[in-house]
Design a protein around this ligand. Sequence first.
Ligand code: ADP
Ligand code: MG
Length: 380
Amino acid sequence: MKFLSDFKKGIIKDKICLLRLDLNIDEINPDDWRFRNSLPTLFFLLKHKTKIVIISHRRRLNASFLKSRIRSSKFSLKPFADLFSQQIKQPVIFINHFNFPKIKKQIRNSKNSVFLLENIRFLAGEEKNNKKLAKQLASLADFYVNDAFSASHRAHASIVAITKYLPAYAGFQIKKELNILKQVRKNPKKPLTIILGGAKISEKIDLLKYFWNKADNILLGGGPANTFFKAKNWPIGNSLTEDAAIPFIKKIINSPKIRLPIDTQIKDRRILDIGPETVKRYAFIIKQSKTIIWNGPMGLFEKKGFEKGTFGIWQAIMNMKQNRQTQIIIGGGETIASFQKFKSQNSKFKIHRNIFISTGGGAMLAYLAGKKMPGLTALH
Ligand code: ADP
Ligand code: MG
């Protein structure tokens, strides 16, 4: 894999870079984790006097949406032009159409350095890894940089096909993700604790399978814990579960590695959070661990009253500052949202060097589980 960070000064001066980022962000916010982590690559390119064309997707568009071609502002990348502009202190030109020859001319004739293209998933070819679209994108630039780790498990045109038509490099965030995740995947220090919560356990089963022999503790919360309760035939009312995962769960349910909540928070016959005794027990195990991998909130943290379990885990992680040699890896869209919520209420929270918050949800899980990542393979 070739990295942008290896470039010698001068080589990319006055060249045009097609930069793939992941701006799949619901609420426009300058503190957003993915947005913040997209900046180092951008600053590097600016320092080297490169023109930059940013491309990204935003949200998953359904088929009828693509057909009707109604470009709802909900999916538009337009607000990011201002957001980037505030950070880099120069104009960012938003381009709201896909007339590629016209875009090419505009970029070449412009005195501005940074351009942002509209949501690339507005074009049906993106998710089909379409060659023609890749060629059109390639016509805009001299080289390509992928810094969208969280989209690199997808074989899409602006992630995979594009690398056939331009020299392709990995950006700073991808480099950082790979350095840390590779080490944890291959050689996690023991004891290794995996914390799994969130909604669907099926998305996390490959991770469990991959680490099954290496893991010492598997702490469960959220939908996965409920599904374990169901597999035990315990009464769970209307709690969130995933029945399809029960056959797999039955195979591992009696392992001493599996830790289930010992108390829960219930409302309207639904288990919506882990309870305080469980938090204490999980915090104790966290404290003894040398590697921690966490994906998925412990409860319905978006709702007041059901954030305590998830925040309890964040508190336990925060207390690990005395245990700097413990490697902590955290990822997942809503897990990061819970972090941002916790941080806004706990100003003392600092991300120490031993805590790594991945920008990937599905991508982090896929990478850690040793699955093929088409977007990363394409950079080789
Ligand atoms: P991530 O995006 O971090 O990978 P998931 O997508 O798997 O996490 O799931 C996150 C969602 O799961 C959150 O919106 C959270 O509210 C929800 N959730 C967690 N526990 C429960 C629960 N007990 N009941 C209902 N929803 C839950
Ligand atoms: Mg999610």
